[in-house]
Design a protein around this ligand. Structure first.
Ligand SMILES: [Zn+2]
Length: 561
């Protein structure tokens, strides 16, 4: 155990303040929420909301529900990435950089106690998995590939957020009722339009499980029920600002959210839905105000759809929040001095009203042979800025610097042009570490300054779900139960490893990342997925599988009678 600060009373005080305290409170007389909808504006904070509100010329749909803020630090960093941030929201546990709903690694910052060996890298049950076991319908909606960090944290468990093949495989086996977003190439085999290296066509598995697969907004509009995978792009979906010209057949975030609610809400037990405005973060990474405004206002409409549903049905908890801030966006910049007097509202907004493309598409449009002339023309056409030739030359030089560092050239656009031709600014292409605003509506709504993991606990508590019991039910260390000698990960098929368990003279087979148990020559569905924690060479299986292998009689709920 790490204990760098036990002799220091002040440090101990900080630890208690940072780690132990949960500053959330439940509304007086709060009742259970039948439905929970979590909407995450990835990589966004107050300043972006203010900017979008001015641009919209009206309040954002969730403005009046601001109840507090959320601290975003993680186990091993003051500044988080999307994977551990969303993992905290999904599981109620603070974990490490790049981890997707698995326990933290041993290295932690001073304010976070190092986790015990049991907890390290262990899969952590999510509120979505809990909702499903409670009999609720479940859904995930994103504008990125659905395997991207935020949606992944609700439905997959891995220590590597870029292991997108594993994430998609687990997602398919989670039996989520509605999955809408991009990522179709991760369902298909390499060479057959896909990217999977494991030779598994997951569309076959989905169809066997009764899923419908839809690929455009028309097919989505015709849906009346789940289960469904809506895969609207091979990889990520378009930036909202580019969507109408590039792929008008992709649905908007609002349309996906609306349809997801329509499919999920008839469930008599209620539903859990996570919606992510994925690209607000990418817009801010790029320092691109055009992409930021279009995607944040698309998110605003999605939140409005969720809130409209919740206002009509008094039994729905809606949380609207971000996972962290990105880009260090500011209204105001180095060039414009200390005050804004003399800048009218319209003069402030005018440059953004003229923007017609994301920075990425604007830059692509210039072609490979770039000249200052071409850059000047493209910026005028795409962003409505009549920049000088000298500035176009400097912009090209900066783009060249980015390229030399192995980064995208178009990152130069917003960074260079925003301070010169607008009144907004940026401080980084990365994430920043401040608190993010929290908006909440409905039964069990929290208020005050929360800690990231509190969000997971709030969702669980509102649904009446014990995350502790859920973890015991979904993720049992197979070696501990059956003895390490009787448990082996068989990698003879390297692409599709299988856990083999020897018990009472019989062999059971459990394919990794799937929800199957093969026993006595029969394949049975389990209520959770099999997760291999490579770093500690342990495999976690549902308690249900343990009971089946032991030959216990199971009740209707899949547990021992
Ligand atoms: Zn993020």
């Amino acid at each position: 155990m790490k204990n760098r600060f036990s002799s220091n009373a002040i440090a101990a005080f900080i630890v208690i303040l940072c780690v132990s305290a949960s500053w959330y409170s439940f509304a007086e007389g709060a009742e259970r929420a039948k439905n929970v909808i979590v909407l995450i504006a990835d990589g966004c904070s107050s300043e972006q909301y203010t900017f979008a509100r001015w641009f919209k010329g009206a309040p954002l749909s969730f403005d009046s529900y601001r109840t507090g803020a959320v601290r975003t630090f993680i186990a091993d960093s003051i500044v988080t990435d999307s994977a551990p941030a969303a993992s905290a929201y999904a599981t109620g546990v603070r974990t490490s950089s790049r981890f997707v709903s698995v326990g933290p690694g041993p290295e932690t910052i001073e304010s976070v106690p190092a986790p015990g060996p049991e907890m390290q890298f262990k899969p952590l049950a999510t509120v979505l998995e809990g909702a499903r076991l409670m009999g609720k319908a479940t859904g995930i909606v994103s504008t990125s590939s659905v395997t991207h960090a935020t949606p992944a944290a609700y439905a997959a468990h891995t220590g590597r957020r870029d292991d997108v093949e594993t994430i998609m495989l687990q997602m398919v086996h989670q039996r989520i009722d509605v999955v809408f977003g991009g990522g179709k190439d991760l369902l298909l085999i390499k060479g057959a339009d896909g990217k999977r290296g494991d030779d598994e066509d997951l569309t076959v598995e989905l169809k066997e499980m009764g899923y419908k697969i839809v690929e455009n907004r028309k097919e989505m509009a015709e849906l009346r029920k789940g289960p469904v995978f809506g895969m609207f792009a091979a990889g990520h979906m378009d930036a909202e600002i580019d969507r109408p010209s590039l792929h008008p057949d992709q649905p908007t975030l609002e349309e996906m959210t609306q349809k997801a609610i329509e499919i999920l809400s008839p469930d008599p037990e209620g539903f859990f839905l996570m919606v992510e405005g994925s690209q607000i973060d990418w817009a801010c990474h790029t320092n691109d105000p055009a992409h930021l405004l279009s995607d944040l206002l698309a998110f605003d409409k999605a939140a409005e759809a969720a809130l409209n549903f919740a206002r009509k049905h008094g039994d729905t908890l809606v949380l609207v929040l971000s996972d962290h801030n990105t880009g260090g966006f500011s209204i105001g910049n180095y060039e414009m001095g200390r005050i804004f007097s003399g800048v009218s509202q319209e003069a402030f907004l005018a440059p953004f009203r003229r923007m017609k493309k994301s920075a990425s598409i604007l830059w692509k449009g210039i072609g490979d042979e770039k000249s200052a002339d071409k850059v000047k023309k493209a910026v005028l056409e795409g962003w409505g800025m009549d920049i000088t030739l000298a500035d176009a030359e400097q912009l090209l030089l900066l783009a060249g610097d980015y390229k030399k560092k192995g980064r995208a050239e178009h990152l130069a656009l917003g960074r260079f042009l925003c301070p010169r031709y607008t009144h907004v600014g940026w401080s980084t292409h990365g994430h920043t570490g401040g608190d993010v605003p929290l908006h909440a509506f409905g039964p069990g709504k929290p208020s005050g300054l929360l800690d990231g993991p509190d969000i997971g606990r709030v969702c669980a508590k509102a649904m009446g779900l014990s995350l502790e019991r859920l973890n015991d039910r979904l993720f049992v260390d197979a070696g501990r139960v059956f003895g390490d000698a009787n448990v082996k990960v068989d990698k003879s098929d390297q692409l599709n490893p299988v856990l083999r368990v020897r018990h009472a003279g019989k062999d059971a087979e459990l394919p990794i990342n799937r929800h199957w148990l093969i026993l006595d020559g029969k394949a049975r569905r389990m209520e959770g997925v099999v997760v291999y924690a490579e770093k500690k060479e342990k495999v976690y299986i549902p308690m249900q599988a343990v009971n089946m292998i032991r030959g216990r009689r199971l009740g209707n709920d899949g547990m021992v009678e």
